[in-house]
Design a protein around this ligand. Structure first.
Ligand SMILES: *Cc1c(COP(=O)(O)O)cnc(C)c1O
Length: 370
């Protein structure tokens, strides 16, 4: 049975599609009409739900939706068959027949996989679209030897549509060195008679901070979702798309000295009101935040009362006026009384915002608002 018309949990991720569309218009205005946008929707669109957000990207003029893996590409295609899909990561040579038959555009990081893809495409009587991946200093994936790219260019089953590289963001000087290396690679290819329709190296940070790095295609991820993801003092009007919310499932009164949750790591210092909340670390909330994290209820900051479980947690809601079962709770919002901001959560976890939202699991239902 499917109950698609019912909201099956009180713990939800709210996704503002209007804000997403706004951000895409902002990015378009920033880069101008001549720079193509490859929007990154890996990791379930950074937790926003790739299938549901894909149409908003397509309505707003992106050239590609980029995923990290073949599995993500297949899921996205099933949900959104018309989407032009780009696979950023390496697909093992043994799986290239799938890439060819599904018509994905594939990053190619070396000759062996290129041969496999070329053969698979030839067997289907097609040419597979690829972008050549160069390693210019991240030392992750890609070719370092332009001669290898020239070998790939000779393969009959490939259409070389572009070339790209990825910045290590190790500082302005190092980024510039990577950029110049990339230009040298691509200029070499063009001079050798391999035309490149797209060249791209800029993620969100570089897209905002260094206009020269935009070339004729950019690959923003976090910027699309309204995260402040740049280092300069540029003003870019993007808005956070995602909220994480729930409702109080139970209220308990405890005496001073009583413990709550596993191992009773929390003990009441005063007569307290404990609110039980139906979310836990299996929804993608960092378990380590039990010590310093908090939620807000009616604008009041409520710290966790002990360890966070897989599916539930408790908070100290003593200071919330008229606390009742069913009260709305903000887990991640904009901060300042509207839940924790993603930045605060990231700081407390010693990580950054992409990691906080991308780890949100598929389990909480997504509620899409315009
Ligand atoms: C994830 C990723 C991006 C997008 O990064 P953001 O920092 O979110 O903009 C761009 N390019 C590649 C190759 C990536 O893996």
């Amino acid at each position: 049975m499917e109950y698609t018309d019912r909201l099956l949990r009180d713990t939800v991720i709210t996704v503002d599609l209007g804000a997403l569309a706004h951000n895409l218009r902002t990015i378009r205005a920033l880069v101008g009409p001549d720079v193509a946008i490859m929007a990154v929707v890996k990791a379930n669109a950074y937790g926003h739900g790739a299938a549901a957000v894909a149409p908003v990207f397509l309505e707003n003029g992106v050239t590609y939706l980029a995923v990290a893996t073949l599995t993500e590409a297949l899921d996205l295609k099933a949900a959104c068959p018309e989407a032009p899909i780009f696979i950023l990561g390496q697909t093992p040579a043994r799986l290239m027949d799938i890439v060819a038959s599904e018509g994905f555009t594939q990053a190619v990081t070396g000759l062996e996989e290129a041969k496999a893809l070329s053969e698979a495409a030839c067997a289907l009587g097609r040419r597979a679209k690829v972008h050549l991946k160069f390693d210019t200093g991240l030392v992750r994936l890609g070719m370092r030897d332009p001669a290898e790219a020239l070998e790939i260019a000779k393969l009959p089953g490939l259409e070389i549509e572009g070339a790209f590289s990825h910045l290590a963001l190790a500082g302005a000087e190092s980024d510039r060195a990577q950029f110049e290396k990339f230009l040298a690679f691509t200029d070499g290819l063009t001079a050798a008679g391999v035309p490149l329709r797209y060249r791209h190296i800029a993620d969100s940070v570089a897209t905002v901070d260094v206009p020269a790095y935009r070339l004729n295609m950019v690959r923003p991820g976090s910027l699309c979702y309204g995260l402040h993801s740049w280092d300069s003092d540029a003003e870019v009007d993007v808005r956070q798309v995602l909220r994480f919310e729930t409702k109080v499932s139970a209220v308990h009164t405890v005496e001073a000295g009583e413990g709550a949750s596993y191992e009773h790591r929390w003990r009441a210092k005063r007569p307290s009101l404990i609110a039980t909340l139906p979310f836990g670390y299996c929804d993608g909330y960092p378990r380590r935040l039990y010590e310093q994290g908090y939620v807000t209820i009616k604008g009041v900051r409520c710290p966790f009362a002990g360890l966070i479980g897989m599916d539930q947690c408790m908070v100290d809601a003593t200071d919330v006026p008229d606390l009742a079962q069913g009260d709305p709770v903000v887990i991640y919002g904009l901060g300042d009384g509207d839940g924790m901001s993603l930045q605060e959560a990231a700081d407390l976890c010693k990580t950054f915002k992409n990691d906080i939202i991308a780890r949100l699991m598929a389990r909480p239902p997504r509620v899409y608002v315009r």
